[in-house]
Design a protein around this ligand. Sequence first.
Ligand code: BDR
Ligand code: CA
Length: 322
Amino acid sequence: MTHKIILDTDPGIDDAMAILFAEAHPAIDLLAITTVFGNATIENGTRNALWLKQKYGMKADVAQGAAAPLRREPVGPTTVVHGPSGLGDVEAGEVTISADPRPAWQYIVEAVKAAPGEITLVTIGPLTNLALALQEAPEITGLVKQVVVMGGAFGVNGHRGNVTPYAEANIHDDPEAADVVFTAPWPVVIIGLDVTQQSFFSSRYLDALRDEAGEPGRFLWAVSRFYLRFYSERIGLDGCHVHDPSAIAYVIDPTLFTLREGPVRVIDGGPAIGHTLQKFDDKAHPHDEWAGYPAQRVGVAVRDQALLALYRETLVAWGKDC
Ligand code: BDR
Ligand code: CA
């Protein structure tokens, strides 16, 4: 079975890891890459996406999206993690192809309407483009197959936040947009830090990818150097967590994850801005801001070794032909 996906991304080092994973796996039909601010400015992120498309001969369209969040003050690009232009020590070369003329939200709306029930939206950046698409065309909730979001942190397995003590970066970048997406009547699966921080690309794993996965393996190794320095210096780890590729892994093999059901809301102000909370029991309360919203599914456990094997095998098989 092939999964048609639109990948909404802020490229981004682990975004590049996810983009190549999606392109490489035969069960994924990568229709488009839509870009959003986040790890990099929208200009740099779009350039990175176009450069990857050009470099690997991808058929996916690239459409540029939001440059800033819906309402909050922009946090600014995460250069400390992803480098000055988003791909760490690697600079995107000359780009000779262009983005689709439509803004990302419009691209998403038109693509979803043209293939009702077929498209999975996978987001690995702030949720601004999806919120704008919902604002313009709320009827798309009944037309997408599913939405898979890398973002959030629910305190499961001890993971509560990475950019603040209680917020994950993609949600912190645009909490209002995330709340719009999570409370909309469409099926959302949230792959947050609760599971992505349970999986780990060690430096030895990335060295093996460099040696076994052809040019893409060497590229992923090179692009991950900046990221690994950040992890080593700031977090004390010899490797990195598997954030964005986990969302692609979920689409390919949902059995890698255990999910928990219940409505999800996002804190949109104060010290816990960007914090995600799921109500996963049936208790009645006199005031309930979760009541009436759809039960979404949140990743609470991952078979990390199987996920790592899936990523490695996919890249090694693809790398032989590149
Ligand atoms: C998420 O934030 C970004 O820095 C990464 O690309 C990933 O999407 C992890 O919190
Ligand atoms: Ca990302």
